[in-house]
Design a protein around this ligand. Structure first.
Ligand SMILES: C[S@@+](CC[C@H](N)C(=O)[O-])C[C@H]1O[C@@H](n2cnc3c(N)ncnc32)[C@H](O)[C@@H]1O
Length: 274
């Protein structure tokens, strides 16, 4: 099986540190998705739940609240994100473990394997999901969210397009490379799960608004300060970044409302059984 060393390095390097420092911003962005994903996953009192790619632990804590006195384990490959998760969970009965979810040794018997955008990073997704399936007890379920294509996610594509002519040339990427949009094709997701011997696979599209900031400045800074645009603009000089920021503020102004700036997005809600 291809291993996940490259992703482990990514999530333990500057990208992971930055995510950890921005976890409140990520939660704010995902607020609309969080409720829909929890309703879709339907955790219940007493369940034992595994939260894969739990990051800074927001979903792990929500699951613990919903499932008490059940057992909830958050698994992540990133030390800085888990440090943030542990700090947030000081008084809550959850466990976190730093491990590669594709290969770690699971104590079997989980009712639910859950993930909010934490499963698109496996180098060999069929092998990873086949391994994860062994953590579920008979009758157990899998429920996760993953992003639809970038072109269906204006909150990512429009800021990028606004800056594109000022960015260094972008190397075209294999759309199946581990990363944010690796599971954009729902037929591929279905075939990965079928290949890992999951049953009753169902995939729903969720269209929603992704909240980018409290106001135009906050949303513009946030767009340049995270994700694909942050990486693409990393080497630009200050005057060029300033031009991009002005463009981003103009873009955000078109989507500003009294309760903040939100742009359209879409993700898949994916469920399956063993
Ligand atoms: C996009 S972040 C999502 C974090 C969190 N679920 C959330 O919604 O805020 C993806 C997470 O998956 C983790 N991850 C990537 N590959 C992993 C692997 N092989 N095993 C465990 N975690 C992994 C990353 O470290 C990161 O925390």
């Amino acid at each position: 099986m291809k291993d996940n060393t490259a992703q482990a390095e990514h999530w333990n390097g500057p990208a992971g540190q930055r995510w950890a420092s921005l976890c409140d911003r990520h939660d704010y962005r995902l607020a609309n998705i969080q409720n829909a994903l929890m309703a879709f996953a339907a955790p219940e009192r007493g369940m034992h739940v595994l939260d894969i790619g739990c990051g800074c632990g927001t979903t792990t804590l929500k699951l613990a609240e919903a499932c008490a006195p059940g057992r909830v384990l958050g698994v992540d490959i990133s030390a800085p994100m888990l440090a943030a998760a542990r700090a947030r969970a000081a008084s809550v009965a959850v466990e976190f473990v730093e491990a590669d979810a594709a290969t770690m040794k699971y104590r079997p018997g989980y009712d639910l394997v859950f993930s909010r955008f934490g499963v698109m990073f496996f180098a060999d997704p069929v092998a990873a999901f086949a391994h994860i399936r062994t953590a579920l007890k008979p009758g157990g379920r899998l429920a996760f969210s993953c992003w639809c294509a970038m072109k269906e996610n204006d909150w990512v594509s429009l800021p990028f397009e606004a800056a594109r002519d000022l960015l260094p040339p972008q190397v075209p990427q294999d759309p199946h490379e581990p990363g944010q949009f690796a599971f954009a094709d729902d037929k591929r997701v279905h075939s990965i799960l079928a290949g890992a011997e999951f049953r009753n696979i169902h995939i729903e599209r969720l269209a929603m608004e992704v909240k980018l900031g409290a106001d135009v400045d906050d949303a513009g800074n946030g767009a340049l300060g995270s994700g694909a645009l942050l990486r693409a603009a990393a080497e630009l000089d200050e005057p060029t970044r300033e031009i991009i920021l002005v463009r981003l503020r103009n873009l955000m102004a078109q989507y500003a409302a009294p309760d903040g700036v939100a742009l359209p997005g879409a993700c898949w809600l994916v469920g399956a059984g063993v």
